[in-house]
Ligand binder design. Sequence first.
Ligand SMILES: Nc1ncnc2c1ncn2[C@@H]1O[C@H](COP(=O)(O)OP(=O)(O)OP(=O)(O)O)[C@@H](O)[C@H]1O
Length: 556
Amino acid sequence: MNNLKWLWKISDGFRPAIACSALTGTLHVCVSLAFVYVCKHLIDIATGISDDRLGSYIGWLASCLAMQLLLSAARSRLTAQTEIRLRNELRRKLFVHLMDSRWNGQETYHSGDVLNRLEEDVSTITNALCSTVPAVFITVVQFGGALFFLSRLDVRLAGILLFIMPVALLFSKGYVRKMRRMTREIRETDSHIQSHLQENLQHRILIRTLEYTEKTIDKFANIQFLLQDRIVRRTNFSIFSRSMIQIGFMSGYATAFLWGIFGLQDGTVTFGMMAAFLQLVAQIQRPMVDMSRQIPTFIRVFTSIDRLKELEALPSEESSPSLRMEGPLGIRVNHLHFSYPGSNRNVLDNFSHDFKPGSLTAVVGETGAGKSTLIRLMLALLQPDEGEIAFYNSKETVKSSPHTRCNLSYIPQGNTLLSGTIRSNLLMGRPQATDQELYNALYLAAADFVTALPDGLDTPCGEGGAGLSEGQAQRIAIARGLLRPGNILLMDEPTSSLDKETEETLLKRLSGQVKGKTLIMITHRETIAGLCKEVVRMTKNTPAKQESISQGSVHD
Ligand SMILES: Nc1ncnc2c1ncn2[C@@H]1O[C@H](COP(=O)(O)OP(=O)(O)OP(=O)(O)O)[C@@H](O)[C@H]1O
């Protein structure tokens, strides 16, 4: 029931189009029943049982065929249009939700798995809503109409068929449960394949240098084999179950055929009636077989709904308008405690520091001491277990939250460029920036090499900044951060890929010309720390000495 409610909810705005598609299909069924009637009459005229005019019935026959063609084309067009609109809408909603979902230090699902759900599961569901649901409705109408028509011709035959056929539709709960489990396993393996493909293609050069390609290909073949095995097992199970159902339908067809033969012999059935019997039984049989085929489809749909509901259940970050604070800003960190979910290690234990407005502070410390974690807490990507972080200027103090994030320009570790051009990457920092502003930011970030490139700002960069060196990509990312309007600049190892000379140029330009901004720089390099007015030293807390070290782990 919950899954049906979910389907009803997502079909909001598309129901008229889906209903229209069902209606067009129903009209198609009516026309095909009329066709049967016209055929019967034509045979009766030809065999002398009816003395109606042959010409007008031939006209009706042609009209029925033309109508069927038209209705079938109209339905295909409507279904395709509705399906792509619904698919886009569902994918867009999920994409928005995923982009806004809360992050607690690591992603809940592998990105390959998420992609697989957005691609395959969304398609399965939209296809079912736009094609399968109207098809089931049409099938029911077709079944009812054909049965009614048959009962008008021979009520006893209709009664017998009505008795034989539903027997074939008696499904045990066990069948559905087993199919659902098998389908879930197949979808999971499919996701696994996509995750494997995505991750290994992304890191293909690294894998090659590690000489791990063969192992990667073997692992891929193993997962593919598992998928193949699972699909074959489900197909076997499904073929067996479907054959059982089809036996029921075949006996229906055979009954009608023999009934007609004996009727013809006795003279109680005309040739026209015999033709109508066979066509009507086919019209009853085909929809029922179609229905039995739709059962695995519905099981697939329900499995896909479960998988999309899991994505929807990821909690969202609170959404509220940005709270921009004017003038030089400081960050006051008070008695901060933090450990990652599922870990009992306190990464930050009673950490306090006042990053004063307009100051330049280096945060140094051994690897794993919690420097990046501190920045994530300032960005409100993570929530402290205890204590608080507050932003202040001369007028007000505001507790950190997603809406104070606009005051921060964050430059993460490593190469963080997206595919596009240097310009498109820079404009992510400030979409309305002029070329002059872009060049100024590049100068401050010691990335003025861009002016010497043949295509300048329009130089293309591939995925992950491919086409540029690590150091070049890092400086463009710094320029992008500088373009952000926030008054606090957070930099995580901004000079890790730079030579000494470029590092000095960068620091000189940043400290001398970024007026009114508060700079916080994580670094391992003592030379940088020496250039900063303040230095915060963080020490990794070992579990045994956690408390005593954390108390004294920070020195101004
Ligand atoms: N997503 C996470 N889930 C669980 N633990 C994490 C996560 N990220 C980091 N940690 C742990 O938190 C601790 C602090 O990590 P953090 O990245 O803040 O250190 P760091 O000082 O920035 O290190 P480095 O100088 O190597 O970048 C480490 O022990 C790390 O194992």
